[in-house]
Design a protein around this ligand. Sequence first.
Ligand code: ATP
Ligand code: MG
Length: 662
Amino acid sequence: MTDAVPAETAAGGLENLLSEDRRFPPTLEFAEQANAHGDLYAWAAADRPDFWADQARELLTWSTPFTQVLDWSNAPFARWFADGTLNAAYNAVDRHVEAGRGDRVALHFEGEGGDTRTLTYADLQREVAKAANALVALGVGTGDRVAIYLPMIPEAVVAMLACARIGAPHSVVFGGFSAEALHARILDAEAKLVVTADGGFRRGAPSALKPAVDEALGKSETTVEHVLVVKRTGQDVAWTEGRDVWWSDAVDGASDQHEPVALEAEHPLFILYTSGTTGKPKGIFHTTGGYLTQAAYTHLNVFDLKPETDVYWCTADIGWVTGHSYVVYGPLVNGATQVIYEGTPDTPHRGRWWEIVQKYKVSILYTAPTAIRTCMKWGEEIPAQFDLSSLRVLGSVGEPINPEAWMWYRRVIGGDKAPIVDTWWQTETGAIMISPLPGVTETKPGSAQVPLPGIAADVVDDDAHPVPNGSGGYLVLTEPWPSMLRGIWGDPDRYVDTYWSRFKGLYFAGDGAKKDADGDIWLLGRVDDVMNVSGHRLSTTEIESALVSHPWVAEAAVVGASDDTTGQAVVAFVILRGDAAGGDKSADEVQTELRNHVAKEIGPIAKPRQILVVPELPKTRSGKIMRRLLRDVAEHRQVGDATTLADSSVMDLIAQGLAAPA
Ligand code: ATP
Ligand code: MG
């Protein structure tokens, strides 16, 4: 359980307040069959570039084998495997068919309304080849950018791979984003073509997409020549003759023979804009060889994938980097069978995800803490109605997972046996960087723990000195890695400024972290969100985790609001659990109980000045809490840019709730 421990503060670092001593060693049974072994760490440390070269040769098929490994002479601009050539779509699809695995299911698609489609690797090969031919016929060539604005339907995967097949970098824009966000991303990437759909299904109703494309393209002159439109919902759509083309007209009749283009390893594979949790989204771009190597390597080892027998499901949308690396590229390069689901977890009922796990016998599930906390809020009797015994590995990504949410995930979803991998990474890192290895690592609830074999990370103080165990500071990456971003699209200076200027020679991730007594890494939230209370630097994550450890609380978000006496004061926003006793308490009772709970778990310094019960929290589409908007509320300011919010009505709900008398 959690106890208060004396704060140890490194110079300028974060105080390290919450302690967690539950431990879960791997079972012998799991360890014996695991892909990963402990000796990977020593192998990788002995010669890091050489280790990655071995992975690149083993996991990928190269058209021209590389002889160069890492070129860091123009740091921080890296080149990996630069004299090799390959094709990402060939690696993800064709080579499995050529190896006689064409009948293996690649995608089990589940539509929100219950419609399903199954695509084998052979089906996928034909669809991707046809789509590639269609793109070429519409004038898209190697190097041209294609914007993809689609729901989670098989065509989304097909469109991405068709782009990869011809070497046209894709820029996927989340289907829930506004016309304005889409317009900005189309302009920034100078896209030549947009792939979209009439609409998709969300919360039981068709939700239109094409009108947003029309609006985006109407805002200003753009480089877009064609809009390729998938028919999904059958909604009426406006049509611009000469520009708009139905997917079925362009793709269905196209030839299913297409030669994948052999591309240099450093050819850009995609551009993806970060989720904008802290500010203006950045157009992160990734290249081909290094990115695919690390996506495949991490997917195989972190999830212990057995492609012949596992059914893998990552709940991320393709609009997020997790959907790129762990729906499209990692799993398909590894020949996995996976589920993709179009809709929301509560449509038509709150057991929908668990019904899908039961139906397809999902064995590996990768999701986000926000989803786990939402299920906690709904109550464990819902997953209890389904057979989840097929699950053998559980993953988490996107935010720090609070220890209580971790425990719930393990017990309720994982049947108290499936190892949990808490994976830290970013759009910028391209693939998982810090995570336990199942079967190897003794796990700790709430900690991402160790850099993967081949990855070098540290926690440093203001002067870039590594902090001692037991202290907090800034998370940095100390060596280049294959799937690292190659820059910010069109803005090399911003790349250097944002990531490489804070600490000389180190990649600054923007996250606070601490090392525990064993040297394991705990993520403590964004550096931008760190609070300074009477000179103590406190982590949002630790206080939120303390709140979530109270049985009444399902979710919590904590911000620092300016305060006349303490500089900043802690203000907490909480959502109460549906099945807990807190529901019928008055706001005053909740506030007193939870303030005392935080004081007991962490210490009086962390006690929130104010605790506000809210029905929802503002989140990005990838499920991350947008604390800067809550800070605006706590400081009674006009709420700032909320364009990347998943649900823009949330801020109104919060404002109304706060205005109403308690
Ligand atoms: P922006 O950079 O535009 O604000 P973003 O950082 O939310 O957007 P992503 O690249 O999707 O965009 O998110 C990466 C961030 O998510 C990490 O820097 C970290 O703050 C958080 N994160 C991801 N996984 C974990 C994890 N397992 N534990 C803790 N934090 C995590
Ligand atoms: Mg970020």
